[in-house]
Write a protein that binds this ligand. Structure first.
Ligand SMILES: Nc1ncnc2c1ncn2[C@@H]1O[C@H](COP(=O)(O)OP(=O)(O)OP(=O)(O)O)[C@@H](O)[C@H]1O
Length: 377
């Protein structure tokens, strides 16, 4: 079965941050919004994300989503997934309500899994520069996306860890603790194996992105040898230590690392290298969604050319152009876009959005200039 590309055709926004009322028509393929700082470009990407997730990618419960002096915001989107679908969001301070095809959505997960939207934004690049726990949560999210039966293992593993801690505090009998320690190992081991499989697959996709990142990017999990018998013995031996410190051994404590040229990208990578790494990881995630869920996600890239020199900007845009995903991107005024690229460019100002072929705000580089630049690089 081939994968279905997901795309958004129209977004109507009312009273979201700086926007009074605006309509954004999108095309399949690459869409770029160009505008001044603070003109509301990121807010339009946020609107798309809000429809799929019911929350912003900037901050989970953002009280400033509603326009100053307004009561509520509204977003209505026309999507294409097999056929046309309508998704809308209404929100007031800290609360959002999602509607799919005119009906209230009870389980948000159903929408976010049917309308996958992946985002890279300078404010939220936690996979690259966040704490190890952020990367672990991200990897576990991917495991559950690809191997849906793993959700129950995570749930039961964490419940067993919590029960054991409770019983340790209550000074429960050794037999009672044995039961939960067996469950920790029983549900923990498949998590370890699924993560290993996921990391191996991600790394294969990342090899394909080496033209973008220039050096291979690799993901790894730092973890002990989870031999089942040794794991059980350790849990038993360390009961009194764990009563003091909490359980510090197991898949919930493992470290997820992203390496670039054999060093951690978060400390060793430059801003441009981190940016390209983050986008390469999104492309790999797209590959996983396509393979396991038969859906090609929509990709949101905020400030997509930030920190990149011209050669790398061009390389990135060409890579995105070859992707089968719909890509919605933003960039500030004054960017240079090669004229041979197939990108729908729209300019955003106080009057709204308008299509642009050429403009004083966007310099179009012709093919010759582009070639010279590429050769020089
Ligand atoms: N609740 C609100 N009411 C009115 N205006 C708001 C509200 N929240 C944010 N804003 C303004 O809305 C604009 C939203 O900016 P947004 O981040 O979308 O801009 P941008 O075009 O992506 O800018 P940049 O290029 O600097 O990233 C900003 O000018 C901000 O001050």
């Amino acid at each position: 079965m081939s994968a279905t590309p997901l795309s958004i055709r129209e977004v109507k926004v009312r009273h979201l941050r700086c926007h009074e009322e605006i309509t954004w028509n999108c095309s399949e393929g690459l869409n770029l919004i160009i505008g001044a700082n603070g003109s509301g470009k990121t807010t339009l990407l946020e609107a798309v994300y809000l429809m799929a997730h019911g929350r912003s990618f900037r901050q989970a419960r953002d009280p400033f989503l509603v326009k100053r002096d307004a009561e509520r915001f509204f977003i209505h989107g026309q999507w294409h997934r097999y056929g046309p679908m309508n998704l809308s969001v209404a929100g007031r301070r800290g609360q959002t309500t999602l509607r799919l095809q005119g009906r209230d959505v009870q389980r948000r997960k159903d929408v976010s899994e049917s309308f996958p939207v992946l985002v890279d934004a300078p404010q939220g690049r936690k996979i690259i520069d966040g704490a190890p726990g952020e990367r672990r949560r991200w990897l576990d999210g991917l495991v559950i996306t690809c191997f849906q039966n793993m959700a129950i293992h995570y749930e039961r593993y964490l419940r067993a860890v919590m029960q054991r801690s409770r019983l340790l505090r209550r000074r429960a009998s050794s037999e009672e603790l044995d039961v939960w320690e067996h469950q920790i190992v029983q549900y923990g081991k498949p998590i370890v194996l699924a993560r290993e499989k996921m990391v191996a697959e991600m790394n294969l996709y990342l090899v394909e992105e080496v033209a973008l990142t220039e050096h291979p990017l690799t993901i790894s999990v730092t973890m002990p040898d989870y031999d089942q018998q040794a794991w059980l013995s350790r849990l038993k031996e360390k009961r009194s230590d764990d009563l003091r410190t909490g359980l510090r051994f197991g898949p919930h404590c493992d470290l997820v690392n992203i390496h670039f040229q054999k060093r951690e990208i978060r400390s060793a990578g430059s801003r441009g290298q981190q940016k390209l790494a983050a986008i390469a990881i999104k492309m790999a995630e797209c590959g996983l969604w396509t393979r396991y869920r038969k859906l090609i996600p929509v990709l949101l890239l905020d400030d997509c050319l930030e920190a990149l020199d011209r050669t790398r900007q061009l390389r990135l845009l060409k890579r995105l152009q070859n992707s089968s995903a719909q890509v919605l991107m933003t960039a500030p005024e004054g960017v240079n876009i090669a004229s041979d690229l197939n990108i729908r460019i729209q300019l955003l100002d106080a009057h709204g959005l308008c299509d642009s072929a050429t403009s004083s705000m966007v310099s179009m580089l012709d093919d010759d200039t582009t070639e010279v630049m590429e050769e020089a690089a």
